[in-house]
Every structure is written in C-alpha cells, then in structure tokens.
Design a protein around this ligand. Structure first.
Ligand code: C2E
Ligand code: CA
Ligand code: CA
Length: 569
C-alpha cells in the first residue's frame, strides 16, 4: 500500500526543527566575511600598484602585500566552500529529522497515524473544525474476527489484512479526515462534520463497514473481516466522562466514550456501528463494580451454597441435593448465579469461586445422612484445567468426603469445545469414584456418537422441556425421546424443573426418573436444609464412612472406574 503523506493538521506542532550545531556554527561564515574585507583592503592597494607597474609607471606591489592578497583569496575560497558544506549538512539533518518524526508519528505497517500522534492531531482538527462551525466525529473501530485470521493463517497474512483494511477505511472517508491505527486490530477515524447532519457520519460509518467486509482475495490471501464501531462527537459536554467541568470533549475523552460505544456494538452482535449514549457508561460502571464486588466477595466468603432437593420419583425418597451458588452481596442483596458465573468466568476467577463453594458444600454435606449425594455444577472454563480432577480430589481428601457421594454436572455445551479433553477428564473423575452427569440435556445438540463415547453416569433433561410438558406437545415429545435414548444407552435420567403435580404424574408414566424442581421447594441455604433433614431424621448420626478411614484410602481408584469407592459408600 502506498504510504500516506502527512496532512496539514497532522504535522506535529511539538517538534518544529531545532537549528543544529552546524547551523549555529558562524565561524566559517565569519572567516569568509573577514577574508573578503581584508581582500578588498589589500586588493585596493595591491591591484592599482600592479596595474601601474604593468603600464611601466611605477614599481610593482610590495612582496608582502602580494602574499597577503594571495592568502586572502585562498581564505575566501576555503571559507565559502566550508559554508556551502555546512548548508548541505543542515539540509540533510532537517530531512532526517522530518523522517524520524514521520516514523514516530505513524504506524509503520499501515502508514496511518499512531496512538501517540492521534491525540494532538485530533485536538488540532477539532479546533480547526470549530472555526468553520463544524464538530468532530470520533470513530473507534475494532475488527471482529481478526485474531482468528492471525492464528489460523499466520502473521504475514494478518499484516496484509490490516494493510488492506486501513486502505479501505481511508478510501471510505473524506481526504482530510484522520485515520490512526491504535495497535493490534484497532483503528480510529476523526471526521469534521456539520453538527446539524450527524446522518452523514452514519452514512460514512456504513460505508466503512461495508467496504471492510468485502471478501479479501489478493496475493494468495483469502479472508473476510467485519468490524464493530463506536462513535462519539466533540460537542458532547465532558460530564459524560470522568471530568465534570462541562467543557467540550478532548481527544482522550472522545476515545474513551467511543470505546464504550464500540464495546456495546460488540455486545449487540458485532458488524455494526453505535453512537455513544450515557446509559452505556452507566452499564459499564455497573459491570466494573460487579467485577470488583465478585473479586472482593470471594475473599470475604460472600458466596454461599444453596441446595435443591433431588428426589427418587419411584420411591418418593430424597436422594440428595444439587448445590446452586448464591452471592450474598452486602450492597446488592442475594444474587443468582446467572449474573455472576459468566462474569467470574470472563475475569478468570471461576476456579477460585467454585473451589470455595465446593469446600463449604462438602463441609455441609458431611452432616447429612451418608446415603445422600451432593451434585455440583462445573463451568466449561474449569474443564479446560488439566489439573481439575487433582484439585477436586484434594478438596475431597481435605474434607474427608467419600468421592462416591459426589456428582459432577457438566453442561452439554461443553462437549463441543474439546471432546478428547472432556473424555480424559470424565474418565479421571470416574476413576476417583466420582460420578458425572450430563446437565441441560436437549439444549446443546450433542450427537448420539458423542453421548456413546463419553462414560456419563446420568442425563439431566433440561428444565425448559420438563416445566411446560403439560401444555407443550413438542416439549413432551422431546422428553419422551430423551427418555428412550437414555433407556437405549442404559443411562438413568433426572428431570429438572418439575413445578406441579401434573408434570410429575406425566413423568411417572414415561419411566423411572429422579426429579427436582420447585414442586419440592426452592433452593435453600445450609441451615434450612439442616433443619429439614433433622425433622426427617436424615442427619448423619455416626461419623461418615470417610471419617472412619484414613484420608489416603480415598485416593483415586484407577483400576475399576471407582466401583469400589461406590461400594464403600
Ligand atoms: P442448572 O444447573 O440447570 O440449575 C437449575 C436451575 O433451575 C437453578 O437456577 C434452579 O434454581 C432452577 N430451578 C430449579 N427448579 C426449578 C423449577 O421448577 N422451575 C424453574 N423455572 N427453575 C427451577 P439457579 O440456581 O439460578 O442456577 C442457574 C444456573 O447457574 C444453573 O443451572 C447452573 O448452570 C449455574 N450454576 C449454579 N451454581 C453454579 C456453580 O456453583 N458453578 C457453576 N459453574 N454454575 C452454577
Ligand atoms: Ca445443574
Ligand atoms: Ca440443568
């Protein structure tokens, strides 16, 4: 791509060329001037004498004077040449300085401005636009799927794609607009526009999006990228940012606001542009407060296990509990897992969070009748940890809890990520005597082959099918199909989301299930579960079997899939 020439407002006012030492070196010029004055003086006496001598009217110039004159001529020539050389040096130095400045202010790959120079150039553009009664639109651009291209096709293809995107962006906006590459696959444009016609900016943004999304087929590179864009304008008062002085936005604030709008455009499905709105800032602040609250909450033990009953539908007996996480936030109240689990996964604290919940749950469950099982949900992020099975075993050993009473629930969507890894993990858990259930079955489109190849102990039918079985014939068909699939594979089934006796009766006609749902009560904290078990005489009366044995005896059983551990319990 041809490298761009800097535009008028892009030359950095900061780094005007400072005269070099050579320029200040006036000695050579002084010598030349002195030599010329001396030359005029000595020449003024010597030359007329010489002319008169040639005409035979007198003797020639004095020998000393002749020598002085010759020396003068030599000095003039020397001085002039030195002065000329110095001028050449200054020219060369200026050129090199301009080149260095260009390199410092532009991105070497695309020739666009870089992050450092974007600030001052944007501020200058805003000032110039204001003089014409215009304002600046700041467009923050992030390519949506660039990382994939870089990872799958290599960095030189990635570089080529970035160059092409930059030239497409430049071609879609006015000549005098600024384009900068902020790093990676992030670009920014600054465009002056008539504040009465923001629709023109919308049109340009649309052109940029359409143009960049054209398939790339050039020099052996085949790719297609989309982009997400956030836009803001310089006439917003800066109270929308961290400052509250009502002054118009500067470049740094524009970037901050446009970045928030870009983040929102990504969240809304990518490949689109959105203007900044103050609600975005509130949402982001709420989100960052949540993140900070979750981190602090883990350290302060604010996350607690609640328990939902699991019933054997054939006998009507309580068979165990599913542990469901809750956050007792001092500022927000009791928060459900669908709010904090995805954030904990994203910010990389899910393993710590889960570990402290499982530790508490094992402590609680040791007080229950040893026939009661404990099911815990595990995030796909934790399944990627090759040490997960070992960490879980350590928790069991620390709590003296028999592995055979523990059931791990893995959601069906995990299976698409890394089937070989999941297979190894399930095998390893089962070798320790832990059972593994496939959760939310019916929502993840796993294939029959996948189901057969993975040694699950149980399938849990997703609650969305069970809850409305009575009214929705499709749901009923799905539950029936999953039931016969389970029977075919020899896998027992749990139906979740049983909310009323009608659904319970319907399920009983289909087969032998375990079940759970609001019909049996909402998830409850440990103390309430303890009272419930006390009433039903289902608290542990004697030390659990694990207490009676050495913790080392709970070590993984790698020979028989944990059958012994199950028998021990
Ligand atoms: P899940 O594993 O499918 O858990 C069942 C969810 O359905 C629970 O919501 C439970 O309160 C709710 N539920 C139970 N019975 C009924 C019913 O009859 N009707 C209806 N409509 N809902 C019912 P909850 O506690 O909000 O949990 C939501 C999800 O959060 C869980 O879905 C699970 O995937 C995840 N989760 C909960 N605790 C943890 C945890 O410790 N770690 C991880 N990774 N995920 C967790
Ligand atoms: Ca579950
Ligand atoms: Ca479920």
């Amino acid at each position: 791509m041809p490298k761009r020439e800097p535009k008028a407002h892009e030359t950095s006012g900061v780094s005007e060329v400072i005269p070099g030492r050579a320029e200040r070196d006036m000695v050579a010029l002084g010598v030349t001037v002195a030599a010329i004055i001396l030359f005029v003086h000595t020449g003024g006496s010597a030359v007329p004498q010489a002319i008169r001598a040639m005409a035979g009217l007198g003797i020639g110039p004095d020998r000393l004077l002749t020598n002085a004159l010759l020396l003068n001529i030599a000095l003039v020539i020397f001085g002039w040449r030195r002065y000329d050389e110095l001028r050449g040096e200054v020219r060369e130095r200026r050129r090199a300085e301009a080149q260095a400045r260009l390199l410092a202010e532009t991105d070497p790959l695309t020739g666009c401005l870089n992050r450092r120079s974007l600030g001052p150039t944007t501020d200058r553009l805003i000032a110039q636009a204001r003089e014409r009664g215009e304002v600046a639109a700041f467009l923050m651009i992030d390519l949506d799927n660039f990382k994939q291209i870089n990872d799958s096709q290599g960095h030189s293809t990635g570089d080529r794609v970035l160059e092409l995107c930059a030239s497409r962006i430049q071609a879609a906006i006015p000549q005098d607009a600024l384009v900068a590459r902020l790093g990676g696959d992030e670009f920014a444009c600054v465009i002056a526009f008539d504040p009465r016609h923001p629709d023109r900016v919308d049109r340009m943004a649309g052109d940029v999006i359409t143009s960049v999304a054209q398939p790339i087929e050039q020099d052996g590179v085949q790719a297609q990228v989309t982009l997400s864009m956030g836009i803001t304008r310089s006439d917003l008062p800066s109270r929308h940012g961290d400052r509250n002085d009502g002054a118009p936005c500067d470049a740094a604030m524009l970037l901050h606001l446009a970045d928030m709008a870009m983040y929102e455009a990504k969240k809304q499905g990518r490949n689109r542009h959105l203007w900044f709105e103050p609600s975005m800032e509130r949402e982001l602040r709420y989100r960052s407060d949540l993140e900070a609250g979750i981190r602090a909450g883990i350290a302060r033990d604010e996350f607690v296990p609640f328990y939902e009953q699991q019933i054997d539908l054939v006998t009507g007996d309580l068979s165990g509990f599913e542990m469901l996480a809750r956050w007792q936030s001092p500022s927000l109240g009791l928060i459900g897992p669908e709010v904090f689990i995805p954030i904990a996964e994203e910010i990389g604290v899910i393993a710590d969070l889960s570990e402290c919940l499982i530790r508490q749950a094992l402590r609680d469950a040791r007080e229950w009748d040893p026939r009661l099982t404990l099911s815990v949900n595990i995030s796909p992020v934790q399944l990627r940890d090759p040490w997960f099975a070992q960490k879980l075993l350590k928790l069991l050993v620390e709590a003296n809890f028999p592995p055979s009473r523990l059931d791990i629930e893995i959601t069906e969507t995990c299976l698409h990520e890394n089937i070989a890894g999941v297979h190894a993990l399930i095998t390893s858990l089962k070798n320790q005597g832990i059972s593994v259930s496939l959760d939310d079955f019916g929502t993840g489109y796993s294939s029959l082959a996948q189901l057969r190849s993975l040694p699950f102990d149980r399938i849990k039918i997703d609650r969305s099918f069970v809850t409305d079985m009575g009214e929705n014939s499709d749901s009923q068909t799905i539950v029936e199909t999953i039931t016969s699939l389970g029977a075919g594979l020899g896998l027992p089934i749990t139906a979740e989301g049983i909310e009323n006796p009608a659904v319970l009766e319907q399920l009983k006609t289909l087969g032998e299930f375990k079940g759970q749902g609001y019909l049996y009560g909402r998830p409850q904290p440990a103390e309430q579960i303890r009272s419930l078990l006390d009433e039903r005489r289902l608290l542990a009366t004697e030390p659990s079997p694990a207490d009676a044995t050495d913790p080392a005896s709970q070590a993984p059983d790698t020979t028989n899939g944990g059958a012994d551990a199950r028998r021990r319990a």
